[in-house]
Design a protein around this ligand. Structure first.
Ligand code: ATP
Ligand code: MG
Length: 569
């Protein structure tokens, strides 16, 4: 491809709101452009990379036994009503109404559709196991589209679904996909960290996320450097320790004038925050929820949402709190009536806590669970942070940021039950089909790869997903043979099957080198009057500082060898 003819050039001006590296570099490189919030055009260079990612994914999922299909983007709302996910996804579902007044959904994922297809195609144990996948555009009306391709409203995803006779079959299918995912990410030149993931309200099922670690990531990952435990903070378990403050003593009111927050109360009474109980108020699907947790621990809203099996969870407003007869700043779980109380298990593992007195400027000492108050549910709803300790080896955790590029999930029989997916076994007995689902975001992976591979000048594409492999840079000068040499080299490279982007523009060396660095093509090959004196070209890896002069004579062969060594990351 000649750069002079390439549609969509590098850009000097980019919108200020592009604040992540990959978003900025993709815009500056002329690789994407925004059409609407979270909706982008992939211009030629990004599209080439995306198709390479797609091909790597296709090869690996095929190798793992997947069969590629193409399911519809348009899906009847009835399928979503059957699974109950029309409510669970809420406004994230893009809906439209057809001319017959039927509501349709633009597919955000395909568990419902695929299960429905399986119901119509699978009868007997002989038809199982099966793994069906597709690579397709998905639609989600995200509450906060951000970071360009990382969180779009229209994005490319590979979604695979395995169907097995039983749990053991699912375990095998899941392991195959785990290996395939590792191979995909390694071949894309990216380094992924595999972490335990939240599995939503169904809980208890295995679920792993593939994270590319970068500060711009939205997810917080909790890592134990000693034993290797790694989990999304949404899910991470940790040692909470006890708060043993001696044997239970009688309740005692104390005056705490003006003291409202945990820090104020603990400071005023000269006790650690971990000796207090904190009350936090939520509204889950319209119902008021009173949460009690040890004062030094934050609430993990994902764990809470799962405990409540809620579709929608938000903090309660002050008005809603007052309406329940609760005194903010001195709220107490003692004597609370007609309100659902959820307690973190940290309240059980301690004695003689200080809690609110449910009177202004008053707290109560020596609160003991369950002696003094009752919770509807006691479970783990606390958020793990850096410094908390590992549940396996008690080493303090490190917290890092990451971008989720892939997710594998043992769904079990959730959708099979809701939609009715059964098979007949050897004895003619009808049995439920056991399901797994697996997703990789291609467009997000493209951006995340840039987050991992760049410097202050631009992108540094991993060879297997680079839009082109060679950036041929001709530094023209009157009266030299640069022009014809570069043209010949361009033709020879193409003949040899090397993907080459030819900077044939009449620009200064500075402009060309800057664009070469920005676009991040792995090998830069420069032909200039100076290199021609030695019948050579200057060859430089984008990822390295030093360039080398290589003879023109067998250059094409040498470049081919250099690239071959990097095709498999
Ligand atoms: P997130 O938690 O980031 O919203 P998710 O858990 O909802 O993602 P899944 O339903 O597991 O995502 O989708 C599978 C993959 O699709 C994700 O691992 C991610 O790579 C990609 N993906 C999900 N949402 C988006 C989006 N809005 N834009 C781009 N890629 C996405
Ligand atoms: Mg996910």
């Amino acid at each position: 491809m000649r750069l002079s003819k390439l549609f969509a050039k590098t850009q000097r001006e980019i919108p200020a709101e592009a604040d992540t590296i990959s978003h900025r570099l993709l815009l500056r490189g002329g690789m994407i452009s925004q059409v609407a919030t979270g909706v982008y055009t992939y211009q030629p260079l990004a599209w080439r990379s995306l198709r390479k990612i797609e091909q790597i994914i296709r090869e690996e999922i095929d190798r793992a036994g997947g069969q590629e299909v193409s399911m519809p983007v348009l899906q009847p709302i009835e399928l979503w009503q059957k699974s109950g996910r029309d409510q669970a996804l809420g406004k994230t579902l893009f809906k439209l109404v057809d001319r017959r007044d039927h509501t349709l959904v633009l597919g955000p994922t395909h568990e419902e559709v695929v299960t429905d297809i399986v119901i119509h195609n699978i009868r007997s144990y002989r038809d199982l196991p099966v793994n069906i996948y597709q690579i397709q555009t998905k639609f989600r009306d995200e509450p906060r589209p951000r970071a360009g391709l990382i969180r779009g409203r229209e994005f490319a995803m590979m979604d695979a679904y395995s169907f097995d006779r039983d749990q053991a079959g699912l375990d095998t299918s899941y392991q195959k996909m785990l290996s395939a995912y590792k191979a995909i990410l390694a071949r894309c030149g990216t380094e992924a960290t595999i972490v335990e993931a939240d599995s939503g309200a169904i809980g208890g099922k295995d679920s792993l996320e593939f994270m590319l670690l970068t500060d711009s990531g939205e997810d917080t990952i909790i890592i134990c450097r000693k034993c290797g435990y790694a989990a999304n903070a949404e899910k991470a378990r940790f040692n909470k320790g006890g708060a043993d403050n001696g044997r239970p003593l009688p309740l005692e009111e104390v005056s705490t004038p003006g003291m409202q927050s945990i820090e104020q109360v603990a400071g005023f009474l000269n006790v650690p925050a971990g000796q207090t109980l904190k009350a936090v108020f939520y509204v889950a699907d319209g119902n008021f929820i009173f949460v009690v947790i040890r004062g030094d621990l934050p609430v993990n809203e994902i764990k809470l949402k799962n405990t409540l099996k809620a579709n929608d969870l938000r903090m309660a407003t002050e008005a809603e709190v007052l309406e329940k007869g609760i005194v903010p700043g001195s709220a107490s779980p003692i004597g609370i009536k007609n309100v659902k109380v959820i307690a973190d298990d940290s309240v059980e593992a301690g004695t003689n806590f200080i809690a609110g007195g449910n009177k202004p400027d008053t707290h109560v000492k020596n609160v003991n669970y369950p002696r003094d108050f009752k919770a509807d549910v006691v479970t783990d709803i606390a958020l793990a942070r850096a410094g908390d300790t590992c549940p396996h080896c008690s080493t303090p955790f490190t917290a890092v940021r990451g971008i989720e590029v892939g997710h594998i999930f043992k769904l079990g029989t959730l959708y099979s039950e809701k939609l009715g997916a059964y098979y007949t076994d050897e004895n003619g007995v009808s049995r439920i089909i056991v399901m797994g689902c697996y997703g990789i975001g291609l467009s997000r992976l493209l951006a995340a790869a840039i987050e991992q591979h760049h410097d202050d000048k631009g992108i540094i594409w991993p060879v297997p997903i680079a839009p082109y492999h060679v950036y041929l840079c001709a530094l023209y000068r009157e009266g030299t043979k640069v022009d014809e040499t570069a043209e010949k080299l361009y033709a020879d490279l193409q003949t040899a099957g090397i993907e080459v982007l030819f900077d044939d523009r009449k620009e200064s060396p500075g402009v060309k080198f800057n664009d070469a660095d920005l676009l991040g093509i792995p090998l830069r090959v420069t032909v200039s009057a100076r290199t021609l004196e030695k019948e050579s070209a200057e060859v430089k890896w984008r990822a390295e500082k030093e360039a080398q002069l290589l003879p023109l004579e067998d250059l094409v062969t040498v470049l081919k060898q250099m690239l071959a060594g990097k095709m498999r990351a």
